[in-house]
Design a protein around this ligand. Structure first.
Ligand SMILES: Nc1nc2c(ncn2[C@@H]2O[C@H](COP(=O)(O)OP(=O)(O)OP(=O)(O)O)[C@@H](O)[C@H]2O)c(=O)[nH]1
Ligand SMILES: [Mg+2]
Length: 325
């Protein structure tokens, strides 16, 4: 199940589509004045207004719909920056806003000229001149509009997380039981989204404890192999998770039925430790119903639920908000 997108951005049209829409609307304008010149004057003023209104409101809607990167949580700010590019997005939005203002001004100037015109031929000429200028202004931002359309498509695929909720990120080698643990902990049905730059999905579950909401993130294919194998962009997108994680649960499978030897799993832990720096990491051994190692690590079974409550309590005790109580 795909969650609704975090960012509700309307479809971004191309320059030609916007112009088509604007001029089509304008062509429908009709008016019957007292004199022929009055009629022509009114019709042309209305045409211009109608066309420029469509463009101004469309562009204004685009500029408003994109979230301000500076006001994003570090997680989304990082994702936007890595996947779209903060500066390019700002530049495209700036150009779109410039187009909006410039079209409005051209229309206003032409209107003033039409009001003062003495001859029907002049009115038509002024209006057509304004149409020409408006067309070229809108076409000038066609590349930026195309960029915004791409940015929209990218942002629609962003995973929906709540940066406000204290967050547990679950890491560990493939098949160790991460998903089993997450679904055991979470009460809410996980929201699943494709993670940028990977074909992997990220799944976000939530649970409540003592009236507080928590978020658990399952990271299949993300934090389950050596991060040095990732290309730099992919790596940065993955590490955006660091901004969300208040605590990491690192799951081991001591039975090695996952297909990875303990030494390989421990190597991955070192990688995650290094990349997640300050974030506390809880090491836990899963599948205790099958076998238990002699290590000092906490033992759980995601399958039977044994030890899971203790693990959650430990995880919550590491959260900043809890530490301040
Ligand atoms: N016996 C036993 N089997 C478990 C336990 N937890 C998970 N498994 C099994 O281990 C296998 C992998 O579990 P998943 O939860 O899919 O593991 P995962 O880490 O999410 O795997 P990927 O998403 O592929 O990385 C499944 O066949 C589970 O049924 C457990 O506590 N005990
Ligand atoms: Mg899984």
């Amino acid at each position: 199940m795909t969650a609704p997108s975090m960012f509700d951005i309307p479809t971004i049209l191309t320059a030609d589509e916007i112009l088509d829409k604007a001029f089509k609307k304008a062509s429908k304008v009709d008016y019957e004045g007292e004199t022929r010149i009055d009629t022509v004057r009114e019709i042309n003023i209305s045409k211009l207004k109608s066309a420029s209104d469509v463009i101004v409101s469309t562009m204004g809607k685009y500029v408003k719909a994109f979230p301000s990167i500076d006001r994003q949580s570090p997680f989304y700010a990082e994702l936007i920056n890595v996947t779209i590019g903060r500066d390019k997005l700002k530049k495209s939005l700036g150009a779109t806003d410039w187009c909006r203002g410039t079209v409005a001004r051209v229309a206003k100037d032409a209107r003033r000229e039409i009001v003062g015109a003495r001859h029907i031929a002049d009115i038509d000429r002024i209006r057509r001149g304004a149409y020409g200028r408006i067309s070229s202004i809108v076409k000038q931002v066609d590349k930026e509009l195309a960029f915004l359309a791409k940015a929209r498509a990218t942002m629609r695929k962003f995973p929906t997380v709540n940066p406000e909720y204290p967050t547990i990120v679950v890491a560990g080698s493939p098949n160790v039981g991460k998903s089993a643990l997450v679904s055991r902990i979470s009460t809410a049905k996980p929201r699943v989204a494709v993670y940028p730059f990977t074909t992997q999905e990220i799944s976000v579950g939530t649970f409540e404890k003592k009236y507080l909401k928590y978020q658990v993130i399952d990271t299949p294919g993300l934090l389950d192999r050596d991060l040095s194998e990732r290309n730099p962009m992919e790596l940065r997108a993955i590490l955006a998770l660091k901004h969300l994680a208040d605590v990491v649960i690192f799951v081991f499978d001591p039975t090695e039925s996952c297909g990875y030897e303990i030494s390989a799993q421990e190597h991955l832990l070192d990688v995650v430790k290094k990349e997640f720096g300050e974030v506390p990491i809880i090491e836990v051994e899963n599948k205790s119903d099958m076998a238990k190692s002699k290590s000092g690590r906490m033992k759980i079974s995601a399958e039977t639920g044994a030890g899971v409550q203790k693990l959650i309590d430990l995880a919550l005790s590491k959260l900043p908000s809890q530490q301040h109580l």
